[in-house]
Design a protein around this ligand. Structure first.
Ligand code: FES
Length: 131
């Protein structure tokens, strides 16, 4: 599990979808995927990196200072997963697997966690390293 603690947090109830354009600004393998305020406004960041890897960044509802960066591909059979603001977890619509924000499985059929990535915050920028 890889996560990062940040400061200046507030909860938002918005579930507006956001799929930002491909991320850029590589720094020592870290790619900027968005800004902290993107999480506040949209509940999560769903980003496609320059190498076409996708990244889902969510805030831990039990520790709001912590962000997690995950591969948003279900470990069951590869469907896309997404953040569900109302239930505060990550859900796969294909067969109903549910994950915590750290990627661990809450409910199957998936049996293995989502892949997690290194994440850090510099200023307001959220940076993720996928390899
Ligand atoms: S592919 Fe996600 S639950 Fe089956």
């Amino acid at each position: 599990m890889v996560s990062v603690a940040i400061s200046a947090c507030t909860k938002q109830s918005s579930t507006a979808p956001t799929t930002a354009p491909k991320a850029g600004k590589s720094q020592n393998g870290f790619m900027e995927v968005g800004q902290v305020q993107d999480i506040e406004q949209n509940g999560r960041i769903l980003q496609t990196l320059a190498d076409d890897k996708k990244v889902l960044v969510v805030r831990d509802p039990n520790n709001t200072d912590t962000l997690h960066a995950l591969n948003p591909i279900c470990s069951h059979q590869g469907c896309p997963v997404d953040w569900k603001q109302d239930s505060q977890n990550i859900f796969c619509a294909c067969h109903g697997s549910t994950y915590k924000t750290d990627g661990t499985v809450v409910k199957g059929p998936a049996s293995t966690p989502l892949e997690s990535y290194e994440i850090k915050v510099e200023g307001d920028a959220i940076l993720v390293k996928t390899s």
